[in-house]
Design a binder for this molecule. Structure first.
Ligand SMILES: [Zn+2]
Length: 397
């Protein structure tokens, strides 16, 4: 708990990525004190965003279990009744931005390494603990950088646990995919008092939005996944407009002009069962159809981000070990869930680490909320479950 409080008191807020060095130092010092060999790694061209990697070798050769937590947190926002960086403890609850997502998880992971390392149980292999940056903004300079540098990969990591807040009885086996696309309508400007002399890109973009809502969205709602995504409403494919901008925007000072450009960002969430090529073709098809139906309509579709869906193998020894741990520690049957949004598992998958799940203390609903908190009881239970799973995976038979 002390380590979690120490981390919560450091406002490592992303964006912009403040206090990263201070937070990395705290993790570095703690991992060393708990017996791990520590190194730091920054993504090329991203100074001031250090990732911390601790290694604990267990005497003889065996598998590597990697425990990864991001130490960036989202901005506190409004509506707090406690100090977001005070790490106040009231009863069973530790309050603060990042308490649940996911400084408690990271602290528990480090503590697991310490306890398992000192347990005296005959184990083989290696435990790694990493504290990484930028998960909240895509993780490219964080876990992504460790993958790019070859530190995390199929050759070096056998099992990975990301202690994101999924509650101590639930294991998150993976996530859906995401495709962000920018759609730009191109018009022709003219004086706003004579709009017939121009072509409004805003009108053309509205036609596009309407076509997506009318033709594409209802089809997507019928595509269901077998993955146990929570909440259940997210077990279908979906599309959302994250933002749009057109013409001069809504600013105080205006001049009368027909908008010659308007752009929207589409956020398409796709499923393990969907074909990425088909998903990628959807918006260009809408654009082509609309352009054909009315001369003068011009659209550009540009891909901004693509993350493939991932899922740990159903018979993964990692899942078995955690499930046994949950049964043993909590005395109840475990639940498997999947996440509607992506997290750092995508980077592990890119590096070829198939046996990766998210498992950790805290409730997902509290992440990014005002008065975020984590239950101390949950922290203890998740720590025990992880320790059990590690002993199971690393034991000498
Ligand atoms: Zn998180």
């Amino acid at each position: 708990m002390d380590f979690t409080r120490e981390l919560v008191r450091i406002p490592s807020v992303n964006p912009p990525g403040s206090c990263y060095l201070e937070c990395a130092d705290a993790i570095d010092v703690r991992l060393q004190a708990w017996g791990l060999d520590v190194q730091r790694l920054e993504a090329p061209g991203r100074p001031g965003r250090p990732n911390v990697l601790g290694d604990l070798t267990l005497g003889r050769p065996g598998p590597t279990v990697h425990l990864n937590g991001h130490f960036d947190v989202v901005p506190p926002g409004e509506g707090w009744t406690v100090d977001p960086f005070g790490a106040e403890v009231r009863g069973d609850r530790l309050y603060g931005r990042g308490a649940c997502d996911m400084k408690a998880g990271l602290a528990c992971a480090a503590f697991v390494a310490r306890c398992v390392g000192r347990s005296g149980v005959d184990l083989a292999g290696r435990i790694q603990v990493s504290g990484t940056v930028d998960e909240e903004s895509g993780g490219l300079a964080g876990v992504g950088a460790l993958v790019d540098a070859g530190v995390i990969g199929a050759h070096s990591v056998d099992y990975a646990i990301i202690p994101e807040p999924f509650s101590p009885h639930r294991i998150c086996v993976g996530h859906r995919g995401v495709l962000w696309s920018a759609v730009r309508a191109l018009g022709r400007t003219a004086h706003g008092s004579m709009p017939h002399l121009g072509r409004s890109a805003i009108d053309d973009l509205v036609a596009f939005l309407h076509a997506v809502r009318r033709d594409l969205a209802p089809k997507l709602e019928k595509v269901r996944t077998e993955m146990p995504v929570e909440p259940e409403g997210s077990r279908v494919a979906s599309i959302n407009v994250n933002g749009l901008v057109g013409g001069q925007g809504v600013v105080d000072s205006q001049s009368p002009c027909v908008a010659d450009a308007a752009e929207a960002i589409f956020d398409r969430r796709f499923l393990l069962e969907e074909d990425i090529a088909t998903v990628r073709a959807e918006l260009p098809e809408v654009a082509a159809r609309l352009a054909e139906s009315e001369p003068g309509r011009t659209y550009q579709v540009e891909e901004r981000l693509c993350v493939l869906p991932v899922q740990a193998p159903e018979d993964s020894p990692l899942l078995e070990a955690l499930e046994e741990g949950i049964q043993e520690v909590l005395g109840r049957s475990p639940d498997r869930v999947a996440s509607p949004g992506t997290y750092d598992q995508k980077h592990f998958a890119r590096g070829g680490v198939r046996h990766c799940v998210a498992y950790g203390p805290g409730r997902l609903e509290l992440a990014h909320q005002p008065d975020e908190w984590v239950s101390l009881h949950d922290m203890r239970r998740a720590t025990e479950v992880m320790a059990y799973a590690l002993c199971r995976l690393l034991r000498v038979d």
